[in-house]
Design a protein around this ligand. Sequence first.
Ligand code: PHE
Length: 345
Amino acid sequence: MLQDKITQYTAEINAFSTANADELEQFRIKFLGTKGIIKDIFDEFKAVSPEEKRSLGKVLNEFKQLAEAKYQTLKEQSEVADTSTDSGLDLTLPGEGFEVGSRHPLALVRREIIEIFNKLGFVVAEGPEIEDDWHNFSALNFPEEHPARDMQDTFFIRKGGENGDIALRTHTSSVQVRMMEAGKPPFRAIMPGRVYRNEAISARAHCFFHQVEGLYVDENVSFADLKQTLFYFVQELYGEGTKVRFRPSYFPFTEPSAEMDISCTICKGDGCQMCKHSGWVEILGCGMVDPNVLDNCNIDSKKYSGFAFGMGIERIANLKFEIKDLRLFSENDARFLKQYKTSLI
Ligand code: PHE
């Protein structure tokens, strides 16, 4: 009888396998527990005849060892698989994802501006941020005593010298001069870049900002071309139906000169803080390239004419994203920057 039980349970133990801690505990209670099968069998063993005891004793001990060994092996295996119990590391949890970065809002706007002008055939031109007097001022028809040349507006690096004063460029018009000096018309380019002006830093002014300027020089370029180009640009950037208007202005390097306003993108012309309740906001300066500038760059002003324009990227971004404080653009606060996620990479 006892021998039969042992044979049956031996088969059961040999067939048993689990990686589950609960099932293994059930196994331990069933066979090795204080009220378990082995305890029962040993109790029964006490009652068998002395001859049977002799033959069964060894079998019984082997059976007990089998159950204990099975339990130990499965326990060790389950501990390797389930490391959470001791190290707190759970290898089955999903990994940490990579957070995708975001583009700086000024970079986003610059790219959008470039893409629009690319469609019109404008290429991108770049130049140095440290400029000499000729490229930043003189070639652009700035009179000797023009206030922009003043220490108050310009960061000078060196006064005097072979090519005149050396300064941080105050506008990217200097790149227009470099381009015209180096090539032959027609020119159709935009010049994005950082520019510097000696201003006290506040919510509305900074000592540096970013511009995109544009230049188109060819035979028979007229103010109508300028208007149509900028009108197209505004429709693309702010949506169809955005109105434009031109106000007479003055720049040494353009004649005639104008400032361009657009109908307020925030209130659609009804009046708000952004447009100071006028319904219009100024976004850029423009004009027909002054013949003196063409001549300064060795371009025949009798044959060629051109238009130029320049805008601040911060201003455009401000109208797009309603960022009221200019300083946010250069503080590198991740909480601010992260808001401008884009699908563009
Ligand atoms: N250079 C001018 C500025 O920095 C902008 C401008 C460019 C105006 C070209 C007219 C033509 O304000």
